[in-house]
Design a binder for this molecule. Structure first.
Ligand SMILES: Cc1cc2nc3c(=O)[nH]c(=O)nc-3n(C[C@H](O)[C@H](O)[C@H](O)COP(=O)(O)O)c2cc1C
Length: 187
């Protein structure tokens, strides 16, 4: 099983980048799981513009995003929260990806996690992110995980310091992997 994982932040010191790396460390020791860890810079693309699309088609970053989704059995996305909502960059990438047929998100199981220095841990962004993804046919996993006070959450090696949070993330990832297995009929 192949899982595409990425943080929807372009910031070098991104807390979501740290969170997705922690998640990938957990996933990589799960039996039968292969992880494609993408950098969001690989999917950089202009804002959606119907005229640009009519003239040049989907931009290179969007085509790469589509290709990587198509190759994956499932996705784990760590997203920041901007103004109580999904970051425009992630929404824009989803919009471009939805302009190909079949839409690559269709039938894909997706786990949403997020990190924020604030007390709510990006959970509003997670709820908002479900809307476009489910609209275009993704199976967003019912459970999600927001990491509050993310600026204090990681040690110098990038590991979650709180053992309870770490085991919660482990349990969530393993139950999500089980869901992906069942959805695709893998034994
Ligand atoms: C435009 C903007 C809006 C933001 N709005 C929120 C918000 O609504 N809730 C929140 O918890 N943090 C908010 N933040 C703070 C982000 O959580 C913080 O910048 C975080 O570090 C971004 O994620 P990253 O570290 O992965 O880049 C906002 C940041 C920006 C730049």
């Amino acid at each position: 099983m192949r899982i595409l994982a990425f943080a929807a932040s372009l910031r070098a010191a991104s807390f979501n980048r740290k969170l997705i790396k922690q998640a990938v460390t957990i996933l990589r020791v799960a039996p039968g799981v292969e992880v494609d860890l993408a950098d969001f810079h690989e999917f950089e693309m202009p804002m959606y513009d119907g005229d640009l699309e009519a003239r040049d088609g989907i931009p290179a970053g969007g085509r790469e995003f589509i290709r990587r989704i198509q190759e994956a059995d499932g996705l784990v996305i760590a997203t920041p929260e901007y103004n109580g909502c999904i970051p425009g960059t992630l929404k824009n990438a989803i919009d471009w990806a939805s302009r190909t047929d079949p839409i690559p998100f269709e039938g894909k199981p997706i786990l949403l996690i997020g990190a924020s220095p604030g007390g709510l841990g990006a959970v509003r962004s997670l709820w908002h992110s479900r809307v476009p993804l489910e609209t275009i046919g993704a199976h967003v996993y019912p459970e999600m995980m927001g990491l509050p006070r993310a600026h204090q959450a990681f040690d110098d090696n990038g590991s979650l310091q709180d053992a309870n949070l770490l085991s919660r993330l482990q349990r969530l990832l393993l139950s999500y992997i089980d869901f992906v297995r069942k959805l695709h009929g893998y034994s």
